[in-house]
Design a protein around this ligand. Structure first.
Ligand SMILES: *Cc1c(COP(=O)(O)O)cnc(C)c1O
Length: 413
């Protein structure tokens, strides 16, 4: 179980929307810092542990800064994300580039920043050498194939476009070593929005055993193992959060069972969590502007799927509360819709909610990760502002809303 709380009172929110009209996403600094503290604590037994925040979840330099001030680096997969990291003060090996189908200029930018480059394919060794040369430290993304099962969001590893096969991974380290690279890491990312402890232990065991095999076969002592992101959050109120203590303890046991006997006790662990850092620390705030009763009962919001794509794209559940009616009986059944000319533009289908009046403020929960970030301009919809509740209680606008001028900026009429 988890409680779906929005941190502002109705009065505070009504005051806020006079200055910043709906829709907008709003984030909570304190909650983000608390989420990261929990992850850090789970791995505090590993002296070199580092979280590389997956910038794609919430690509805003103010958010990256909050995590960086507490010791996080960044996981990037585009030039824009590399620049966001740089602007937020994250540089050098505190950045990891994990992209796929990577263009030359992306490798060049990562190289220029001194980032750790994580290659997605064996052919990228030559490609990188040509595009930028070799960085001091190189990592490879492992795809375990049929050895393990993925999950619904990320799919089965064998069907995934990411990473090197088991055979390729040994060749890749051999080739890179022969070209003079001296420092190495190993990476994987095989689950997404996963809350089950065992899934993370399975991945850890697989990676630790692979590290030992790489040492035995190629003579490389890996410097780090990056276990990826994929820590889930309980989108539904009846779901339990990830048990970070159990994951940390379980991985510690596997670490000491497998790595020190092979002389690999110095390996540092890395994660690149996005969702578990910011997901439950963000909310999409909208106003109910239409009520429609046809074959079903609809509530139309002033936001749409362009502001939050997850329900339409994945059928994802996002909890909804009506401001001021948090404890009112949920005795109405609504489809809560946006305004796109797409019938899947629905934040919720057949959702039990209190009776909604026009002008009611609607809070969609858990939009802090892969929310605004996945926004788009289809149907000429504009992306919303992003606000941040500082620990002091002060509220800052950390991204303004797009304007029609922004939308038309790439056109010549
Ligand atoms: C998306 C992604 C992440 C972050 O995933 P979360 O589910 O937000 O933790 C980490 N690493 C890679 C390579 C990714 O593509």
């Amino acid at each position: 179980m988890n409680e779906k709380i929005f941190p502002l009172t109705e009065d505070q929110l009504r005051k806020l929307i006079k200055k910043y009209p709906t829709p907008f996403h709003i984030y909570d600094e304190k909650k983000i810092r608390g989420n990261f503290a929990r992850l850090r604590k789970a791995f505090e037994w590993n002296p070199g542990f580092k979280e590389y925040f997956a910038v794609k979840a919430t690509p805003n330099p103010r958010i990256v800064e909050i995590l960086a001030n507490d010791g996080a680096g960044t996981d990037c997969s585009s030039i824009a994300e590399l620049i966001i990291s740089q602007r937020a003060g994250v540089t050098g090996e505190k950045i990891m580039l994990t992209s796929n189908d990577t263009p030359a200029d992306e490798f060049q930018k990562a190289f220029e920043l001194g980032a750790i480059i994580n290659l997605d394919d064996i052919t990228h060794i030559d490609y990188l050498e040509k595009a930028a040369g070799f960085p001091k430290i190189l990592s490879f993304r492992y795809n375990p194939g049929s050895i393990i099962r993925g999950n619904n969001i990320i799919g089965q590893p064998e069907e995934a476009k990411y990473g090197l096969t088991r055979d390729q991974i040994f060749d890749a380290y051999r080739i890179a070593k022969s070209r003079g690279v001296k420092r190495f890491g190993l990476h994987t990312m095989v689950v997404s929005n996963e809350r089950n402890t065992d899934a993370f232990l399975t991945t850890a065991r697989l990676m630790f055993e692979l590290a030992v095999e790489i040492k035995n076969r190629i003579g490389i002592d890996l410097e780090f193992i990056n276990l990826g992101g994929g820590f889930g959050i309980p989108y539904r109120p009846d779901e339990d959060p990830v048990d970070f203590d159990a994951i940390g303890n379980g991985i510690r046991e596997l670490f000491f069972e497998i790595l020190p006997p092979a002389g690999l006790e110095k390996i540092s662990l890395r994660t690149e969590s996005g969702r578990a850092m910011t997901g439950d620390a963000g909310w999409l705030i909208s106003t109910a502007i239409h009520e429609k009763h046809t074959y079903k009962d609809y509530i139309g919001l002033d936001s749409c799927m362009a502001n939050l794509m997850r329900p339409a794209m994945y059928g994802a559940y996002h909890h909804i509360t009506v401001v001021g009616k948090e404890s009112a009986p949920r005795d109405h059944v609504y489809d809560v819709t946006g305004s796109l000319c797409e019938n899947n533009d629905k934040f919720a289908i057949d959702r039990q909610l209190p009776k909604i009046e026009m002008g009611d403020l609607i809070v969609i929960h858990d939009t802090g990760a892969h929310g605004h970030a996945m926004g788009f301009n289809y149907n000429g919809k504009l992306r919303s502002a992003e606000l941040l509740i500082r620990e002091s209680g002060r509220i800052e606008m950390i991204r303004r809303a797009e304007t029609l001028e922004d939308y038309f900026a790439t056109l010549s009429f």
